[in-house]
Each structure stands twice: as C-alpha cells, then as structure tokens.
Ligand binder design. Structure first.
Ligand code: K7E
Ligand code: CUA
Length: 765
C-alpha cells in the first residue's frame, strides 16, 4: 500500500513540475508509404483529410438522428461522424438511469397508452426549435410513429423532459416540424382510424375513419408542450404523411402529404387485392394545405368539437372558414419541403420520376379567385395541379425527400430506386449533378437544411440498407449514413458511417457553436422537472429516516464515497434512496446500483435522483458506484442489510480487519505532509497566473478548495486521535485526509493543464 502511495506521489510531483512530457518521436513512415501499405488512393486520402478531426479538436456541426425502433436519439459530429451520445427518449436506457430512477420514470409514464407502459418507440423525425426560422439550438422534438407520441428534449442537458400522447390518433408520421418561432409542433396522422377511441367496422371506413393533424402548442418559457392550448384539424381518411410549416410569405400555413387517397382497404385473406394494389391506382394523391393561424383563432373562439377531451376543428368548419384546401400531387409522395425563402413547396412522388415545385403565390391566387377544379368527397376545395406549379424536374426514379443548400435555388433530392442524390436548381428547373450513393437512400440532410439559412458544406445520405458495406455482423445489419461534400459544383462522397441502433429515418444538423449545453447542474437538481429537488441533501446532512415501514435515505456521493455507507432495514420495508451528487467538477458522474435490484442511478454533477425498492428478501446487498470516477472508485461502496422479520440485535463487537500502530500513523502522516508540498506548488503555479479569466479553471479551483477543506477537517481528527494515542483511528483518519489531498491534487493538475493549454499568462512572480 505504501509503495503505491509513494508512486502516486511521485507521479503527482512529476506532473506538477512538468517532468512528464509527451513523446516527441513521430512515426517516420511517409504518407505515400502509408497509402501503399493500406491501399489508399489520393482521393481516399483527400476524403480522410476532409473528415479527420485531430485529437483534442471538435466537429463543426452536430447531427441529431432518429434512432428508429430504439426509441432514442443519436448525436454525432460532422465531418468526423463520431457518435457522441444516445439520448434516451421513449425507451428505458440504463446508462443514463432513464426509466430506472423515479424522476425519469415519471417522464416515461407520461407516454403510457391506455394505462400501459410502452417500452419501445419508432422515432422518425427530429426537429430543432427555431427563432425567426433559424435553428436556435434550445430544444428538440421527436415523434413516435407507432404509438402516436411527441417528445421534448432539452438541449441544455440533452435530456428528455416530456412525452405527450396524441389523444385522437392511432399512428402518426408527419411530425415533428416546427413553426418559424416554435409556437407549434405539428404531428400528422398516418393510418386512418376512428378519432373516437372505439371499434368501428372497416365497412364504415369512408364515413367514420379519419386522418388529422395536431398542432402542439409549445410554451418556450416552461420548456414544455401545453396540451391545453393545443388543437387538431380533422382530415379525410387519406393516409397523411410528412408535413412542413410555411415560412416568410407562406408563414401561417402548413403542408401535409398523403398517400392512398383512393381510400382503399385491403383484406388479402378475404380474397381482396392487397393494400398496395388499391393504394396506387390514381396518378395523384392530395397535398393538404392548412391555414394554422386561422385554426388557432378558431380554437380560441371555441369553434371546435371535443373528441377524447381534445379540441378538434371539424372538416366542415375548416372548409366553411376557408382554412383547408387540397392540391393533387405526384403519386405516393413522401416529403413536403418548404424552400428557405418560403416561396415554394417541393414534393416528390415515390412512383413518379419528377419532383414538383409548387408556387405558394400561385396557390394563394387560386384560393383568392376561388379557382377550384372541384371538391373531394368531404367537400374540401381542390386546386388545379398545373396552375399551382412553378416547375417540374425529372430527378430520377423514386424521388423522396428534399433539402436545401446555402447556394440560392439549389436543392438536393434523395432518389430511392436509383440510389442517387440529385442536385438541382428549383428556380430554373434543371438538374445540376447526380451522385450515386451506396444503396437505397431515404432521407437526406444538409447542414441546417430546412431552416431559412441553410449552411451548405455537407450532406448526409441516410441509406435504408447497408447490405455488404461493412464487416458482417450477422443477418441484422447496421444502417449506413454517407457523408457527402457539397461545397463544390460536384458532390463528393467522403465517408460511410455504420449506425447500429434501429432504423434512423431523418436527422437534423446544427452548427455546433449554437449549442450551449451546461456542464453541471445547480446543486441538488431534479433534472426532469428542472427545479431544485425537494429531497436534495447537503454535505454533512445525510440521514436515514424511518416512518412505519417506509425508510428514506437522504444520501450523497463525492469522490470516493457514498454516504451513508451502511443502511440497515427490516424485511418488508419500502426503501427510497434520494442520492445527490455533490461534485461540481466537469464529468464527475457517479453511479449508484444495488445488488439484486433494478436500482441504477446516473448522478451527473449536481443531480439528485431517487430510486425506491421493496426489501422483500432478508440478506446482504452491496451497493456501489458504477462509474470509474477516481483511483478509489472500487472503494466507493456500501451495504444494504435487510434483517429478517423478528430479528433481535446481538451486541457483538466485531474485530478490526487490521490493527494499526504508531509506526503506521507516522508513515501516513509523513506522506501527507509531502503530498501537501506538491499541492502547494500546484496552487502557487495556478494563482501566479490569470486563472480567474478561465471559467472552467475557476470552478476547478472551487472544487479543489472544497476538497482541501475536507482534508483539513480530517487532518484535525487524525491528529486529535494521535494525541490520545488512539493509533487505530488516527491512522484511518490520516488515510482519509490523504484521500482528500489526492482528489484536490488531481483537480489542481487538471486546472494547471487547462491553463497550460489555453495560454494563461503569469500575473505575479
Ligand atoms: Cu422513413 Cu421520413 Cu418516416 Cu422517409 S420517413 S424515407
Ligand atoms: Cu464514483 Cu466510482
């Protein structure tokens, strides 16, 4: 033990005096030798240079990708394509404690359907909150197609804060998309069903089955969707699909595609031709054009019908008030994408080789002049397709989604069947370039590509299948995101990234500098409600409270101990642990897990999280910290002891594992004094520099000062016991004193390194 301490001490002093320097020797192998050895072409090396982010450097953009059936969100950097985080949204995720601590269980419980916990989500379309049509990096919304739900993720801490269940839909697809100032988040239904939650025979499909769009009101101050201020518009039983909000001249309107406007119901087992035959008969489907601002007024005026306790503007009202129109669109369309200037909506039909550019101005003129070609069976006026079009372009087979470039009039459309990206000019209506991608592209994404000011530079192709692209890992393959350089006239393929977490449908990317995530919570924080936790605990105030058979533990974690360390309860007790992480240092997360239970917390600095278990089986249950947080991480442990019913305590004094003498104490005391010299030198180094100009260093210094305070307290205890010649307690407390010193030194060295790397100046000698 002493030798380890000696070595640690040597390491500390070496670091503090700059004796350890990085090896300066660099591989003598030349670039052309590496290229030869690895079989790389010049083009490969160029692509590598365009995507490589050297150690210590960061990415320019952050992408947020849907995690498909995982119900999660994937965050990765561009251009490096390095995965940074999975954000747990609709499904439990153990590492983040999501669905394991009581606080996040409440968030997941908001997403219950018919009282049932839903343990998966089919996420499709993430959307970042906008201010004046620009991504503002504050919030993110994502939908669940299977169980019609919408989630709110706070980009302050990348945690899911809210899930709302759509009150009238049975499935959805056309969300999440936001208005230019994030007043509303849209969610459009997918498969028609009765809006009332009841059985209706399929024979009544035309009369009773319905589609809809829901406008979820987002309250920016609260950071939550406000269901009481949200409303829906009833739509015909055409399977609604993707949506988008207007902007600029088209602000106030939303656009929603549909497929199967034939209203065909299959039934192959009854000898009827299947859905796919009956749903692709007509040459066109319907684009829905909805004046949501008018809808918001009608909602305020109470011109709604309550369905399942939710206000719905009926089709009849919507038609009468002139807020709902249909326009034919190419067969089986998928994306509806409004151009950055808000003048056009681009729509492609999967079963048509053209992309169609609709002119908002032309559509509004038709509406103004009541120039309709007819009405659908529900009385909704239909605009003429040709008269609505600005232009039409032969883009390729199976065009799906469109994203925009920073260059004016330039758009990119994914071509599913041809496995290509088509770059084209939507003002002039001409194709500019085509790039073959590996396989079956679905969505595609440019940087901030659906905002009013797309940033260009890169495009990601979200391919549906990876087939033979990567090392085989069994019949279930990863998905393939391909990074493409769009800065020049010609698109250049740069990189393939396998994504192994469900089928990611859509992704959004934002300039990294727009995100301002926090690095710690205010002390004792409930991260799911964003308030001080009512059951937080301050250092030194840890306690165990019993009320009948309810036992509440108010505990803390800090390097390297959990307080309390021993919790004794009785068989049948219900035990709640409220654990507060007292750390303020960056990335000092502790975990908390109890053997034989689902108790599993992730405690980021400042966070308070809770878990409740029933002590139903007498026994001994070790608990420990699950994050390797410090040199004494393994010692960050404790015991939950469950005494059997009727157990009588026997007063047996246990023997110590090891007996310490004055020699042990003196040795430890000497080590501690030497350690203090090292700490003093680090402190002198820091305070001689303008460390106060560096916020991260200021907080490190605060943290180290706190540890040194603990060190001083324990030093006093050790020396008091030594004065009484109680060498057992004196040695143990001296050991604890050293623990605090090591932690302080560790933090001090982090601060010193930071100052060295950020060019701090000497301010005093
Ligand atoms: Cu897979 Cu947007 Cu749901 Cu297209 S969606 S490809
Ligand atoms: Cu805390 Cu390991």
């Amino acid at each position: 033990m002493q030798t380890i301490r000696k070595r640690a001490l040597l390491a500390l002093s070496a670091m503090s005096f700059g004796l350890v320097t990085a090896s300066a020797s660099w591989s003598a192998e030349m670039l052309d030798e590496v290229m030869k050895r690895r079989g790389l072409t010049e083009k490969d090396v160029l692509a590598a240079a365009k995507t490589y982010v050297p150690t210590g450097k960061r990415d320019e953009f952050l992408a947020f990708s849907s995690g498909g059936q995982s119900g999660q969100l994937i965050v990765y950097g561009i251009p490096s394509m390095r995965i940074l985080k999975y954000v747990a949204v609709f499904t439990p995720e153990p590492w983040q404690g999501y669905g394991f601590d009581d606080e996040s269980k409440k968030v997941l419980a908001q997403g219950r359907i018919n009282g049932k916990d839903i343990l998966f989500g089919d996420t499709h379309h993430p959307a970042i909150s906008e201010t004046n049509g620009e991504y503002d990096g504050r919030w993110l919304f994502i939908n669940d197609k299977n169980n019609p739900r919408m989630a709110v993720v706070d980009l302050h801490d990348f945690e899911t804060k809210q899930i709302v269940v759509n009150p009238i839909m049975k499935s959805e697809h056309g969300g999440a998309f936001v208005t230019p100032n994030t007043e509303y988040v849209i969610e459009a239904a997918q498969y028609p069903a009765p809006l009332e939650d009841e059985y209706v025979p399929l024979e009544q499909f035309n009369e009773r089955y319905r589609g809809a769009v829901t406008y979820w009101k987002f309250n920016r101050e609260a950071g939550r969707i406000d269901p009481s201020q949200s409303f829906s518009v009833e739509l015909p039983p055409y399977s609604q699909d993707l949506s988008d909000f207007g902007k600029g001249p088209s602000d106030g309107w939303s656009f929603t595609n549909s497929f199967c406007s034939e209203r065909y119901v299959g039934g192959i087992e009854k000898g009827r031709p299947p859905f796919e035959a009956g749903c692709s008969q007509k040459d066109t489907d319907f684009l829905h054009m909805i004046n949501w601002k008018k809808g918001a007024e009608l909602f305020k005026a109470g011109k709604t019908k309550m369905i399942n306790g939710h206000p719905v503007i009926t089709m009849e009202t919507a038609v009468k008030e002139g807020m709902l129109f249909l326009i034919p669109e190419p067969k089986s369309p998928h994306g509806a994408d409004v151009s950055p200037d808000g003048k056009y909506v681009i729509i492609s039909g999967k079963l048509d080789s053209h992309t169609y550019v609709y002119s908002f101005e032309k559509m509004m003129n038709l509406i103004k002049n009541k120039d309709f070609v007819g009405k659908d069976p529900y009385g909704i006026p239909i605009l003429d397709l040709k008269k609505s079009l600005h232009t039409q372009v032969q883009a390729g087979l199976g065009p799906l989604h469109t994203q925009y470039d920073s260059k004016p009039c330039v758009a990119y459309t994914s071509i599913y069947v041809d496995s290509q990206v088509t770059k084209w000019d939507y003002c002039e209506g001409k194709v500019l370039d085509k790039l073959s991608i590996h396989y079956n592209i679905g969505h595609l994404m440019t940087m901030e590509g659906d905002s009013v000011t797309p940033k260009g530079k890169y495009l990601v192709s979200l391919n549906k299948l990876a087939i033979d692209r990567f090392n085989p890992v069994g019949p279930l393959h990863p998905q393939n995101h391909q990074l493409i350089d769009i800065s020049g006239d010609k698109m250049e393929l740069l990189y393939d990234m396998p994504l192994p977490l469900g089928e990611p449908h859509y992704a959004v990317a934002i300039s990294a500098d727009k995100l301002k995530p926090i690095i710690r919570y205010k002390s004792g924080w409930d991260t799911r409600t964003d308030k001080r936790h009512p059951n937080r605990t301050r250092p030194g105030k840890e306690k165990v409270v019993r009320d009948g058979n309810k036992v509440t533990v108010f505990g803390t974690t800090i390097r390297s101990h959990i307080t309390p360390e021993i919790v004794e309860v009785k068989e049948g007790d219900v035990v709640t642990f409220h654990m507060t992480n007292l750390e303020r240092a960056q990335d000092q997360t502790h975990g908390f897990a109890i053997s034989g239970t689902n108790a599993n917390l992730s405690l980021e600095p400042g966070k308070t999280a809770s878990v409740t278990i029933t002590a139903d089986k007498p026994g001994v249950y070790p608990y420990y910290c699950t994050e390797f947080c410090s040199a004494l991480h393994l010692e960050m442990q404790g015991y939950l002891l469950v005494q059997p019913k009727g157990y009588k305590e026997v007063a047996v004094k246990g023997a110590e594992g090891t007996i310490y003498t004055q020699t042990d104490y003196d040795k430890q005391h000497k080590t501690n004094l030497e350690t203090q010299e090292v700490i003093d030198s680090v402190v002198a180094y820091i305070v001689a520099r303008n460390y106060q100009d560096f916020a991260p260093v200021v907080s490190l210094v605060e943290d180290a000062t706190e540890q040194l305070g603990f060190a001083a307290d324990t030093r006093k205890k050790a020396e008091d016991f030594a004065a009484k010649q109680d060498w057992q307690n004196a040695t143990l407390w001296a050991g604890q004193w050293w623990q605090y010193q090591v932690k302080a030194a560790d933090i001090g060295l982090r601060a010193k390194t930071y100052l060295d790397q950020h060019g701090a100046k000497v301010v005093k000698e």
